[in-house]
Design a binder for this molecule. Sequence first.
Ligand SMILES: C[S@@+](CC[C@H](N)C(=O)[O-])C[C@H]1O[C@@H](n2cnc3c(N)ncnc32)[C@H](O)[C@@H]1O
Length: 253
Amino acid sequence: MKTILIVGIGAGNPEYITVQAVSALNRADVFFLMDKGSAKAKLNALRRDILQRYVRGSAYRIVEALNPERIPDNGDYPGAVGQLNSDKGEIFERLIATELGEGQCGAFLVWGDPSLYDSTVRIIESIAASGRHALAYEVIPGITSVQALTAQHRVPLNSIGGAVEITTGRQLAMGLREGVDTVVVMLDAQESYRLLVGQGWQIHWGAYLGTCDEILIDGPLDQVADQITQARHTARQAHGWIMDTYLLKRIEP
Ligand SMILES: C[S@@+](CC[C@H](N)C(=O)[O-])C[C@H]1O[C@@H](n2cnc3c(N)ncnc32)[C@H](O)[C@@H]1O
């Protein structure tokens, strides 16, 4: 039997790691890192930093593999993501077959928490279910970018007794359901918050949360939307990519 640990490492600050995650890291013989290109090298630098800080000894191996690119979606986003996950699945399965010995333990270090907008659990589950490998897997939770955002802005996520919608920029652009008054938006490449200007929202926005590049802006959306857009463009130019999340709360009349 081989074991895969899917370890949430937190969303940016190496101190977001849990004690349970540190114990899990110390069980692993091999760490699998997906290479997303030079622009995103900082993401794997954090993973390496975490291993250096928290793994006792150096009797582990790191195996890097090239992350597949998502094909252009041509209007079929789920199809494009499905294809990406299937390509990743082939790579993960090859890594498990060739880089892990019988009885060994491999770990994937997942950004934030593995249950939130991440397909590692789905992919490993389907490899285990295929029956092609004797494979056990465990999931270790991590601090999400949502928690990093609310902590850095020192705000509670929900209103008293209220619901919270967690969604993507793509979904937000298609409109909010009736009665939603607290929304967290992730994966927003299209700056969908701009569509809500003039509709009475407060925004708490954060980029590169928990890292030394962190940027925080908050205030009434109508007043800070342009500032956020400007900050996004400047940061994207400086880093080559951007990772941002925001919380929208309806301003009480
Ligand atoms: C593929 S999802 C992965 C989320 C991750 N599993 C989590 O628990 O937060 C990537 C998105 O998460 C958000 N994100 C992740 N880390 C972030 C950070 N440090 N600062 C701001 N947003 C972040 C961004 O919206 C980004 O587009």
